[in-house]
Ligand binder design. Structure first.
Ligand SMILES: [Zn+2]
Length: 258
């Protein structure tokens, strides 16, 4: 029997139109300042103009920006010396005073409202990686922190990318087995020591990730210490490839407040 009335599933164009109408009627909120905004807007005009998108030219392996266009596609000196545990890392934004507010809002307040927008920016920045990826793996938080905070913002960002691309997210294949203190004021070397052995491939991960093309997802790429510790654990599954996507990347020698 045919379904009718409100219980009938609306065709996609109508659902999209309804979503837009709701967006026009319901006030939104800036992802940066928290200021009330109308419709689907997530930034004021001034905030939008302040956003620093991380665009080429940059190091092909870690996305550290280069000054000269002709260096695009090359590897930076740090990557040549230290060989990060991934093939390519891409980030949507430069981590600065503007994007730090966005990250802190996501991390401390658990604001999910703008994830759709953030997922779109991350997907656009990492298109070349995501086009051939099999699995998204969020950087996990320790179970005790998860119990207190109630969510993992890296998991939310991975799901937002999945909504854009259809690539599945696996939350249970990589575990954080060591509760590490905040890294906000640590040097690069101290960070490496802090996260050494903090991540472990789960038994399920050992079987599921072999020969797959993995993408590790996090909110901020700071020194790469956490991402490298995750990569070391993931490589035990012998994946076909491992790449990294983050919302923002620190490009100046400063300690972000995370
Ligand atoms: Zn590099």
């Amino acid at each position: 029997m045919a379904r009718s009335g409100l219980s009938a599933k609306l065709p996609l164009p109508d659902r999209e139109r309804l979503r837009q109408i709701f967006g026009w009627l319901a006030p939104g909120q800036s992802l940066i300042s928290g200021q009330a905004l109308w419709g689907n807007a997530r930034f004021t005009v001034d905030e939008f103009l302040q956003l620093q998108h991380l665009t080429a030219p940059y190091c092909d392996q870690c996305a550290l920006p280069f000054d000269r266009l002709e260096d695009a596609g090359q590897i930076c000196a740090a990557c040549a010396a230290e060989h990060p545990g991934w093939s390519k890392a891409r980030s949507a934004f430069v981590y600065d005073d503007t994007t730090s507010q966005m990250v802190l809002g996501l991390k401390r307040s658990g604001k999910r409202a703008g994830l759709r927008v953030l997922g779109r920016y991350m997907t656009d920045a990492a298109r070349e990686i995501l086009d051939t990826a099999d699995v998204l793996i969020p950087v996990p938080v320790h179970y005790r922190r998860l119990a207190v905070r109630g969510f993992n913002q890296a998991g939310w960002l991975a799901e937002a990318i999945s909504d854009q691309t259809g690539i599945p997210v696996h939350h249970q294949l990589l575990a954080r087995v060591k509760a590490t203190p905040s890294q906000g004021h640590l040097t690069s070397r101290q960070r490496r020591k802090n996260v050494a052995g903090a991540f472990r491939l789960t038994e399920k991960g050992r079987n599921k990730l072999t020969a797959r093309r993995l993408v590790l997802v996090d909110d901020v790429y700071t020194t790469g210490a956490t991402l490298n510790a995750c990569a070391r654990a993931l490589h035990k599954a012998k994946p076909a490839n491992l790449d990294v996507v983050t919302l923002a990347r620190v490009v100046a020698p400063r300690n972000p407040l995370i």
